[in-house]
Structures are given as C-alpha cells and as structure tokens.
Design a protein around this ligand. Structure first.
Ligand code: TXA
Ligand code: MG
Length: 318
C-alpha cells in the first residue's frame, strides 16, 4: 500500500484496475474503474461488503451521465445537478447497459455523484474514467473522515491518496429520481427542504421495482463502532465505569466519564456532522473505554442525517 499525494500515480493504478482510497468532501471513498468489473470486484473483497449492496459512481463532468443513465433521462436530473453538483448529492436513476451489474448489485438503477473535493476531482480527471467508490471502511463499520481511519480498517488497497481535509463528514444525500420527482433514500447535508426548492418530493421511490429492495445499503445497523453504543438519556448524570461520552455542547460537566468527545462547543449541526465519525473512531480506539454514550440531536435540517447515522450506530443496543 502506498500512501501519498501523487495524483498521476493513483490515476494510473485506477486505469490498470487497482484500488485507490481518496478524500471527498463527505468521507473517504474506496475507488476503482467503474466500467471494469474485475476492478470493482476488488472493492467488495477489500471491504468485505456483501454483493447485494450497490456502489456510487463518481464523475467530474455532467456529460458523463449520458453513458451511465439510460434515455430518456428525467429532466429533474439536470435541475438537481445544476443546483447541487459538484457536491454531496447522489442521484439514482435507471441505468444504461454499459454499467456493469456488479456496480449496481443487479439493480436496474445506478447511483451517480459529482464530488466537489479538489483531490477527488483531480483523480477523476487524471483517471479519465468514472470511479465506483463506496465509503472506504469495512462493511458495517465507521466511515472514514481521515486517511488514518482508512488504513486502520483496510489493507488490500494499492494507494491511499492524501488531500485537503474532509469538510462535511457524513455521506452524501442519496435520492432516487424519475419523471415524478425525487425520493430521499439516505438523508445527508443536502436536506429535504433544499431539494424541495428544485424538484417535487415523492412519497415513494419512483424507481422501485416490485420485489427488489429500494436501497439495499440502507440497513438498520451501520456505521457502528464494535463497542456497544447507547443513546444518552438526558436525565442521566452518572455514567457506568469505563464509559466514553459524545456530546454536542460543552454545557454539562461529565466527570464520571473516562473520555469525552465534544463535537461542537455550541451545538452547531454542520460542525457536529463534520466531527461525528471522528468521535466514533476516537472512542473505538480508546482501550480504556468499554461502552459509548452519545447525545441525540434535534431531528430537523441536517439533524435528520446526523440522527440517521447515530440511530444506525446504536441500533443493536437499544
Ligand atoms: O458521500 C458518499 O456518498 C460517499 C463518498 C465516497 O462519495 N460514498 C458512500 O458510498 O457513502 P456507500 O457505498 O457507503 O453508500 C452508498 C449508498 C448505499 O446505501 C447504497 O445502498 C446506495 O447508496 N445505493 C447505491 N446504488 C444504489 C441504487 N442503484 N439504488 C438505491 N440505492 C443505491
Ligand atoms: Mg458506506
């Protein structure tokens, strides 16, 4: 595994069918040439990801959608791209025949995103191909927001590309798009209110085919540390021994905690999102901690996406 900043070398690895982890504005991705099924298979192996969970294809130019989506392309795709690309929005639309089945786990739709992170864009340009990339973590574990989070979880990667800081910290909003409008499959920093200004929101997935899961990756338990994690009850003052606590303001003095991670001094939701997975990783790595408590946030705006990730992390321990 090489760790460095050489975009040309990383792009050559992508072109030759290898795996490159790279930063995006949301989280680190684990990339391979999206049109090379053998290369894409290596992503599933490296992550130990089940083959039923489809990948997001990353592009750097809007016109690349014509090779990935099948015609007729819903006019909402262009509207969404104008409003939110490059950025943390993934668009799921009926796929063209050139997208390999391994990328979409056999679904008739493909997920596409144009990231805004300068290193991701530079890699996409230099590779001269679309890059399929899930988050660069082991399946079900904590998404990476720093290169060290990637190298700690994954070994079978050819190159880990370093770059500017990941700013948003939680994965993109995923929407399914058809002529009727769009449906949110995974909440993110781009909220329902943001989307509604551009396209009608549907109450059901317009691309759902009977008998298939609408978004197989949207499992109840995900993004989870291996240690038990519990939602903090606000009547709680004393924590059990060896507890770590993640809070979103510095209002209360948690002197019974073994370790405290404050994601934001004043409850700023963007700041909480950007530090959430770093908090998970810090608690996971702290050997003195046996269980983790996390404060909930109000479920509005970006708070919906933050609570989505927190609920998935605590799901097994409710
Ligand atoms: O911010 C992000 O989206 C990051 C960066 C690297 O771009 N990527 C990411 O990928 O979070 P991943 O694989 O961890 O999550 C992709 C999600 C999964 O929940 C998957 O099931 C869903 O998108 N997805 C992918 N293709 C789909 C499709 N055709 N239909 C429905 N859901 C799909
Ligand atoms: Mg993921």
């Amino acid at each position: 595994m090489i760790i460095g900043e050489n975009i040309k070398q990383a792009a050559l690895i992508i072109r030759e069918g290898g795996l490159v982890a790279f930063p995006t504005e949301t989280v680190y991705g684990l990339g391979a040439n999206a049109l090379n099924p053998m290369a894409v298979a290596k992503i599933f192996e490296a992550k130990q990801r089940p083959s039923f969970d489809p990948l997001i294809v990353h592009i750097h130019h809007f016109d690349e959608i014509y090779a990935l989506f099948s015609s007729p392309i819903s006019h909402w795709v262009q509207k969404l791209a104008e409003a939110f690309w490059p950025g943390p929005l993934t668009i799921v639309h009926k796929k063209s025949t050139s997208v390999p089945h391994i990328v979409t786990s056999g679904l008739e739709t493909v997920a596409v995103r144009m990231p805004s992170h300068p290193t991701a864009i530079a890699l996409l340009k230099a590779s001269e191909c679309a890059i399929a990339a899930p988050s660069a973590n082991r399946f079900g574990q904590i998404s990476p927001t720093e290169a060290s989070h990637v190298t700690k979880q994954l070994q079978d990667i050819d190159y880990v590309l370093l770059g500017e800081k990941v700013t948003l910290g939680i994965e993109s909003t995923v929407v399914s798009v058809a002529d009727e409008g769009c449906f949110i499959l995974r909440p993110g920093v781009i909220t329902a209110e943001d989307l509604e200004k551009v396209v009608p929101l549907c109450s059901h997935n317009p691309n759902e085919t009977i008998g298939s899961l609408s978004s197989p990756g949207l499992l109840h338990s995900h993004y989870a540390p291996t240690k038990p994690m519990y939602l903090l009850d606000n009547t709680m003052d004393i924590l059990p021994p060896h507890s770590g606590i993640i809070v979103h303001t510095n209002k209360k003095n948690w002197n019974t905690a073994q370790a405290i991670f404050i994601t934001s001094q004043n409850g700023d939701k963007k700041e909480i999102a950007s530090n959430l997975f770093a908090a998970f990783h810090t608690m996971e790595d702290n050997k003195a901690i046996q269980q983790i408590f996390i404060e909930p946030v109000e479920e509005n705006g970006i708070g919906i996406a933050i609570m989505d990730r927190i609920k998935k992390a605590v799901f097994k321990y409710k």
